[in-house]
Ligand binder design. Sequence first.
Ligand SMILES: *[C@@H]1O[C@H](CO)[C@@H](O)[C@H](O)[C@H]1NC(C)=O
Ligand SMILES: *[C@@H]1O[C@H](CO)[C@@H](O)[C@H](O)[C@H]1NC(C)=O
Ligand SMILES: *[C@@H]1O[C@H](CO)[C@@H](O)[C@H](O)[C@H]1NC(C)=O
Ligand SMILES: *[C@@H]1O[C@H](CO)[C@@H](O)[C@H](O)[C@H]1NC(C)=O
Ligand SMILES: *[C@@H]1O[C@H](CO)[C@@H](O)[C@H](O)[C@H]1NC(C)=O
Length: 396
Amino acid sequence: METFLYEPYICSLQRIKYAYMMSKIIVVLFHILLYSELKPSNAQTWIKVGYWFSGSEFPISDINSALFTHLICAFADVNSSSYELSVSSTDEQYFSAFTNTVRQKNPSVNTLLSIAGGSANYTLLSNMVSKASYRKSFIDSSIKIARLYGFQGLDLCWVSANTSSDMTNTGLLFQEWRAAVNSEAKNSSKKELILTAAVQYSPDLDTVSFPVDSIRSNLNWVHVMAYDYHMPEWSEYTGAHAALYDPSSQVNTDYGIGAWIGKGLSASKLVLGLPFYGYAWTLKNPKDNAIGALATGPAISADGGAMSYKEIKNYVQRYRAAIMYNATYVVNYCTVRSSWIGFDDVEVVRIKVSYAREKKLLGYFVWQVPYDDNWVLSLAGNCQEGPHELDYFPFV
Ligand SMILES: *[C@@H]1O[C@H](CO)[C@@H](O)[C@H](O)[C@H]1NC(C)=O
Ligand SMILES: *[C@@H]1O[C@H](CO)[C@@H](O)[C@H](O)[C@H]1NC(C)=O
Ligand SMILES: *[C@@H]1O[C@H](CO)[C@@H](O)[C@H](O)[C@H]1NC(C)=O
Ligand SMILES: *[C@@H]1O[C@H](CO)[C@@H](O)[C@H](O)[C@H]1NC(C)=O
Ligand SMILES: *[C@@H]1O[C@H](CO)[C@@H](O)[C@H](O)[C@H]1NC(C)=O
């Protein structure tokens, strides 16, 4: 089946009894027409963002872009002598074709170019934001590259910013970046570039805080990295690495979202991160396999025990492991011999997307699209539409 169908239709399909389908299809089309006519113009925007990382080697043309409103191409670097944005020669062929390629399956999808990422050079970025002339080189070149390759926006993913001067300087960068994209849009008569950043789950880190005021005035939204709370390399206990709730700790998504809003960032600028991966721990005692059981490190050596959802599902099927669900943390997990894997399955994605809707966030993002298994999680996110959409499908 092709996937260019109108999106509430895709979702409701799963709920329609099969026998109804053919006889009702005309009715559905009618309702979709009616729905688009009646859709109130002030309806809250809802975005569905997917990161694609070149390191995944997942073909861009295989991305099911119909399931997203925005796709982010990751990552561009910063040149260590000029502080200009740079794209490696191997990435250039992919990045320059990204937008046209993903628009073949969804002509209205918007694309952003993400900068830096987890393995970026901390010192270099800290230097870049520290001086007005370095920031200007960065900003002007980033706008040039975004336009050259046809991106509609730019995303800064500097995850290691960790001093108060880093944060203050990043606030200045956002301010100057906004002024520059604003003036470039006027000069070129093009639509203003979207500006976003990836941020930690909470605005307050151990000793420093994100520049919330500058984020509020200058960014379109932030990607809240609501994951990696517990990892096998650092924690001697199994844990829900992307716990929605945690009754015994503030390290959880609900706390972080509340803290961002409490610091004055509107919910409508927050985009909730969904990890399409989990972590595998080695249990100290395989019989003690609850959340919080003693563990002795990663169960697989690569990537600190991280496993993509696709790998986890293959593993679970191969060993016929039972997938458990824990509603206290909102997490799935399974045990195979002495390995314990905590991850987000379909039901967790549904609950988190409903949570984002209830809190009136702007939407969700996934890290990363290539980790999905046959689009199961991406579809689960899509199907958590607001109640208004379902009202138009009275027979489901
Ligand atoms: C960085 O910029 C300098 C000066 O513009 C240039 O000579 C050099 O080739 C660039 N390096 C990379 C890796 O792009
Ligand atoms: C990181 O950037 C700094 C400052 O530009 C540079 O001196 C250092 O060599 C870079 N480190 C690596 C590993 O490239
Ligand atoms: C900030 O992070 C960098 C890179 O991870 C690290 O080298 C540095 O020591 C950290 N600084 C502080 C003050 O934590
Ligand atoms: C836009 O045009 C003004 C006036 O010509 C110029 O000063 C400014 O640098 C331009 N901005 C950009 C981003 O090109
Ligand atoms: C979730 O796991 C914790 C730790 O084992 C346990 O205390 C709690 O009762 C579980 N929650 C549910 C709803 O089963």
